[in-house]
Design a protein around this ligand. Structure first.
Ligand code: G1P
Length: 287
């Protein structure tokens, strides 16, 4: 059974400067919740209660967000604002651990920081920039594949060939609909070197064997320790499966993707969707 999720949140968020100069990009709001909360809610839906955040400098706001806010709670109780109280206490039955990545040496290095806390179990890795449609559980499908194969599973999505250099890209054999046996992978290839347009998306189920490869790894693309390189090396000892996601995914880690994420959720928010639709129509008719 998978009981732990690792959430690397040490990234600098340079695409959102100056907004991220002093506060984490994971705390940027999508309507009334920060990006990171969408990731935590997605994970808790599959019954995982233990969260390991790999943090860096200027990430204290994430710890505070998942901490009890006693003073605020008292005020809300006094004011009879039960609904708001529920909103800030969504995490009470969950456990959070925070580990500092000593230097920003890449995603692979961040995952390696979780090693002392993982022991022998498989675990989930969530990159919170990739926001999923909350009505569909990509993780549940991936856990089903893991239970069947006991091998690592990676989420995939077809992306336009012009965008392959933004992702880890795989070569693989389709075994079933939406289900691949991975044969090779390369981190952020040039378009001309990409073996396919199947991109790795920020949901992974990993087994502890990955740590042995991460420990030995030399810096790769961008001078960073790349998870994709460790997974590629791991292919020599275990099959790795790819699961092509069926739901909508937004990249909230860049400006336009972030805006699309907000619009997606705003159009589905019962409180504002009607007014928002009206507003959008008005705006579009003016141009
Ligand atoms: C990371 C991974 C990359 C993957 C991507 C998905 O890159 O290294 O393989 O395709 O996440 O979002 P990043 O976007 O953190 O640079």
């Amino acid at each position: 059974m998978i009981t732990k999720a690792v959430l690397p949140v040490a990234g600098l968020g340079t695409r959102f400067l100056p907004a991220t100069k002093a506060s984490p990009k994971e705390m940027l709001p999508i309507l009334d919740k920060p990006i990171i909360q969408y990731a935590v809610e997605e994970v808790q839906k599959v019954g995982i209660k233990d969260f390991i955040f790999i943090t860096g400098k200027h990430k204290r706001a994430i710890e505070d967000h998942f901490d009890k806010a006693t003073e605020l709670e008292e005020r809300l109780i006094k004011a009879g604002k039960q609904e708001l109280l529920k909103k800030i206490n969504f995490f009470e039955h969950l456990n959070f651990a925070f580990i500092r990545q000593k230097e920003p040496k890449g995603l692979g290095d961040a995952i390696l920081c979780a090693k002392p806390f993982i022991h022998e179990e498989a675990f989930v890795v969530i990159l919170s920039d990739d926001v999923m449609d909350p009505d569909y559980s990509v993780l549940k499908d991936m856990i089903d594949i893991y239970e069947e194969t006991k091998s690592p599973v990676i989420a995939l999505e077809e992306v336009p060939f012009d965008e392959v250099s933004r992702y880890g890209i795989i070569a693989g054999k389709k075994i079933r609909e939406d289900y691949y046996l991975i044969e090779d992978m390369i981190e952020k290839p040039e378009k001309s070197r990409a073996p396919s347009n199947l991109a790795i998306i920020g949901r992974y189920i990993l087994t502890p064997s990955i740590f042995r490869y991460l420990e030995k790894l030399q810096p790769g693309k961008g001078g960073e320790i790349q998870l994709t390189d460790a997974l590629r090396a791991l292919l020599s000892e275990t099959p790795i499966y790819g699961y092509k996601i069926k739901c909508q995914r937004y990249d909230a880690g860049e400006k336009f993707g972030y805006l699309k994420t907000i619009i997606y959720f705003a159009l589905r928010d019962p409180e504002i969707s009607d007014d928002f639709r009206k507003f959008l129509k008005e705006q579009l008719s003016c141009i």
